[in-house]
Structures are given as structure tokens and as C-alpha cells.
Design a protein around this ligand. Structure first.
Ligand SMILES: [Zn+2]
Length: 355
């Protein structure tokens, strides 16, 4: 039997194995403080029942997400505190377990190919690999969509995919949609937490006064400096679990723009379809409260661009609630609703288009 992290997104450390009980910890790597992401693979455990024991705050309401191919995920739906057990059938030679439903970059590349989207190189990443981006349309109005400023936050990628699908099926006139689906791409590949990466993480690398330390952020800033940003959405996942983290919420980042935030939130809620992970405007995070104090980040940088209508972070829960439980398909459906709200907002708002 082999328990390992040698795959795209892998992150685990084995602390102890005694009989059929395995004690595991996730690797924080260069993240400051505690974070909760992990993903591991078990091979050669056919016909065995194994118990996996974690630290606090590592398992969600439904136990681990389970996959055989790193692309299709389901919840185990069984968890006892910080422990879960799994009975491997005789056919289960290789099984992946993760904190939540991972989003494999191969899925995005397949999506792009199926929709005849050309994947281009944004820049070389901070470790030298090619950072992917896609562009839809060529109008003067600039929409910038990003995900994975924090490497582990994959629910945002599903929502982003749904938004792109909708924007491809029904484009917004006069717009260019510029999309960087994995900003910390190299962190995604390695299975890093990404959040609170030292000296600071990608979403803190948007100081308008100084140069970025990550080439990905520098390139996104340069794109916005050249083309503007009439609307920006940065797709994230929140903290592990509990309270507002069990919902979908927009982080409202400006008191003067609060009427626009409320208008967008009410509109998005009204456009929710039954197949979507449900969003409710009441969970939006008000500006200058709790942890939501203005800081250096993508959305703040973009909202300062001339003619910007809104730019924000949308946080999509890892697990949801029993009434509103996360699945791959309902995350994508949520993304379609976000794109429809975006289309309606841009067609109704008097957003200035540069000539
Ligand atoms: Zn985040």
C-alpha cells in the first residue's frame, strides 16, 4: 500500500501508521499561520478498511471529497470529528481524497479547446512555467476575471468556468473578457496552500505604488493599466468552514460603491436558477467590517481604474449546507448566473466606454 502526494495538487505528510489507522497532517509549506488544504492518493489498498486521522479543522461536513481520476469528485458523506474511514473495494486500486473538490487545470484546457478558446501565455510564472490566460471578444469594454490568487481555492474555478460558458454562449456586446484562471498556477500544480504565502501572497501583490514581486500579478496589472477594467471579478474560496464560510458571498470593498454592490447582489439573487449553488445577498460581507478592511488586493486595484463599475472578490464555500450542498455541477450553474448578472448590469448601467 502506498499513501502519497505525488500528483498535481498533492499535499500530505504521514505522521504515523499503526495497523489500519493512519495519522496525517497537511503541509503548510511557506504559508504563515495555519491553513487547511490537503490532498492525497492511496494505491494498493484493495479490500482493506483504513482510518485516516487529521488535525483539527481539516475535514468538512461531508468528510473528504473522493475521486478516481482527479477530475470527477463526490463527497464520502461520512465523517467522525477529525477522522474518516474508507473501505476500498477490490476494484479500487487508486483513490484520491481531498479537503474539497479539486479543479484540475486539464479540465480548463479541455473546456477551452471545446469552445475554441485559444490559451495564451500571460507570462512566465515566478518559477518559470507558462501561466495560461484566455480572451473572449475584442470590444472596448474590459472585463477581467481571475481565480486562484490563492492556490488551494478551487471552488472559484468551477464558478469561473460556468461564467465563461455563459459569456461564450451569449456574449456581452462591446466587451473583451480577459481571464486568468490560475493566477498562482505554480502553487496550484504543487498543491500549495497559497493563502498567506510568505512574504505575502498573490492577492496582496497589487500595490499601485510599487512593482509586484510575482510576474503573474505584474502582468495582470499591466493588462489593466493598458486596457482598463470596467468590471473585475476575482473568484475565491473562503476559510475552511462555519458561519459565512458556508455560503457564497461578495466581499463589498467600497462604502461609496455600496449602492452598486447592493444592486448587483439583489440582481444576482433574483437570477439564481434551481440547479445552481444558491447565493443570497444577505451574506455579502459589508465594507470596513471584521476582516474586510481595505488592503492591497486585486479587486481594490481594479476598482480604482477609470470607469470601473465594480471589482470584487466572490467567495464560494467549499461545502455549503445540507440545504445547499456543493457539487461540481451546481458550482458551474452558479457561474452562469454570475455571468447573467454581469451582462444585465453592464447593459443597464451607464458604464462609460472609451472611444
Ligand atoms: Zn482567497
Amino acid at each position: 500500500m502506498l499513501i502519497h502526494q505525488h500528483f498535481l495538487g498533492g499535499n500530505i505528510s504521514i505522521k504515523d501508521i499503526s495497523g489500519d489507522t493512519i495519522v496525517l497532517e497537511n503541509e503548510l509549506r511557506d504559508t504563515k499561520g495555519d491553513w487547511f488544504y490537503w490532498a492525497f492518493c492511496v494505491e494498493g489498498a484493495e479490500n482493506r478498511t483504513l482510518t485516516f486521522q487529521f488535525q483539527d479543522n481539516r475535514l468538512g461536513y461531508y468528510g473528504p471529497a473522493v475521486s478516481y481520476d482527479l477530475e470527477n469528485w463526490h463527497w464520502l458523506d461520512c465523517v467522525e470529528g477529525d477522522t474518516f474511514s474508507y473501505s476500498f473495494t477490490e476494484d479500487e486500486h487508486k483513490v484520491y481524497f481531498a479537503h474539497h473538490m479539486l479543479y484540475h487545470p486539464a479540465r480548463f484546457f479541455r473546456f477551452a479547446q471545446a469552445h475554441h478558446l485559444c490559451v495564451e501565455e500571460l507570462c512566465k510564472g515566478y518559477k518559470g512555467s507558462s501561466i495560461p490566460s484566455v480572451t473572449i471578444g475584442d470590444g472596448p469594454m474590459s472585463i477581467i476575471l481571475t481565480a486562484r490568487h490563492h492556490a488551494c481555492e478551487s471552488t472559484g474555478n468551477y464558478v469561473l468556468e460556468g461564467a465563461l460558458e455563459e459569456l461564450l454562449a451569449c456574449p456581452i456586446p462591446h466587451t473583451t473578457v480577459f481571464c486568468v484562471p490560475f493566477v498562482d498556477y505554480e502553487g496550484v500544480l504543487r498543491g500549495d496552500q497559497g493563502k498567506a504565502r510568505l512574504p505575502f501572497d498573490h492577492n496582496r501583490d497589487y500595490d499601485s505604488e510599487s512593482d509586484s514581486i510575482y510576474p503573474e500579478c505584474r502582468a495582470i496589472k499591466a493588462y489593466a493599466d493598458k486596457n482598463g477594467c470596467h468590471f473585475g471579478i476575482d473568484f475565491h474560496s473562503p476559510w475552511h468552514i462555519g458561519d459565512v464560510n458556508d455560503h457564497v458571498f461578495i466581499v463589498q470593498n467600497s462604502i461609496p460603491k455600496l449602492p452598486r454592490f447592493n444592486q448587483f447582489g439583489e440582481l444576482l439573487q433574483s437570477l439564481m436558477t434551481p440547479d445552481a449553488l444558491q447565493y443570497e445577498h444577505q451574506y455579502d460581507y459589508p465594507p470596513e467590517t471584521g476582516w474586510n478592511k481595505s488592503s492591497t488586493q486585486f479587486s481594490v486595484y481594479m476598482s480604482k481604474k477609470e470607469h470601473n463599475h465594480l471589482a470584487f472578490t466572490i467567495e464560494t464555500t467549499y461545502f455549503g449546507t445540507h440545504e445547499n450542498k456543493v457539487s461540481q455541477s451546481n458550482l458551474i450553474a452558479l457561474g452562469r448566473c454570475v455571468a447573467r448578472a454581469l451582462r444585465r448590469t453592464l447593459s443597464e448601467a451607464s458604464v462609460s466606454i472609451p472611444q
